[in-house]
Design a protein around this ligand. Structure first.
Ligand SMILES: C[S@@+](CC[C@H](N)C(=O)[O-])C[C@H]1O[C@@H](n2cnc3c(N)ncnc32)[C@H](O)[C@@H]1O
Length: 264
């Protein structure tokens, strides 16, 4: 049986240009937030934020060009009815959102991912940052997108303090930050929680669908895709992150085989 996933250790601009057009049902992109310039609170201490060279800002205009370019390449790769999710904080999401409007993506929702366990703000001069934004858009206004309304309304979201059982899913999602149990294969500075990616994939794709993540990081999208029987293509510049993603995805495949053997 062919592998349900392909990983590339390369610059996504190159890989995105080479992949065949209209081959993905959904793209999840968690691009650099360009915020490795400030300070934050960690374990009660004020620390300098440095997630890596890839996360440094090159100025507003060059950052915007970066986002516009990868979003242009992604549009070519989406199937006509495909959708794209873009995550970010205000450091990047305004730029991504403007680029998406210019590129004629049709915005479907903006989701606020609320983190109930966000770190406090030590300076006490601002509100405590406790959410990230997710933009969900389809390729064009006239296309028809897929939305699993029933799973979002009636699924088990008992850990989400906002979602009420049996009522429509709203645009504020309460999900805890990534727990240590999801970091057993190694660490990534901006690893997304599984619960977030599982919700996104369940909401916007069907089994066997093709999912692409051009900024794969630790491979959370890939792990969620495998768990939910989707196919996955992931790209990251950093060989250590590709290695980490492969370990996590292979573990998810083994886990599925084990569960299948138990029930057969
Ligand atoms: C915000 S992180 C993604 C985290 C990921 N969602 C997770 O759950 O682990 C962004 C990732 O993009 C990668 N990256 C940055 N620029 C890139 C580029 N031009 N091509 C491919 N990967 C890139 C970085 O190495 C980093 O791992």
């Amino acid at each position: 049986m062919p592998k349900p996933y392909t990983l590339y250790n390369d610059d996504c601009f190159k890989v995105l240009s080479d992949l065949p057009e209209e081959s993905f049902d959904m793209i999840f992109a968690d691009p650099p937030y360009m915020l490795s310039t400030g300070t934050s609170c960690f374990n009660g201490k004020l620390i300098k934020i440095n997630k890596g060279k890839w996360d440094k800002s090159n100025g507003i205009e060059r950052d915007f060009e970066f986002h516009k370019q990868w979003l242009t390449l992604c549009k070519r790769l989406l199937k006509p009815n495909g959708t794209i999710w873009v995550s970010g904080t205000y450091h990047s999401i305004l730029s991504c959102g403007y680029a998406m409007l210019l590129l004629d993506y049709h915005i479907l929702n903006d989701i606020a991912w609320f983190k109930p366990n966000a770190s406090p703000n030590l300076s006490c001069k601002y509100f405590t940052a406790s959410h990230e934004n997710l933009l969900w858009a389809r390729k064009s206004k006239k296309a028809k997108h897929y939305f699993n309304y029933d799973a979002m309304k009636n699924g088990d979201f008992s850990k989400d303090m906002i979602k009420k059982p049996g009522l429509q899913m709203r645009t504020v999602w309460s999900i805890f930050t990534t727990p240590p149990a999801e970091k057993t294969f190694g660490k990534h500075p901006t690893q997304k929680p599984m619960a977030l990616l599982e919700r996104i994939i369940t909401a916007s794709t069907k089994e066997e669908d093709m999912i692409l993540d051009p900024f794969m990081g630790s491979g959370t999208t890939g792990v969620a895709a495998i768990k939910l029987n989707r196919q996955f293509v992931g790209i990251d510049l950093n060989p250590e992150y590709v290695d980490l993603s492969r370990k996590r995805i292979e573990d998810a495949i083994e886990d599925k085989k084990h569960k299948k053997d138990l029930f057969d």
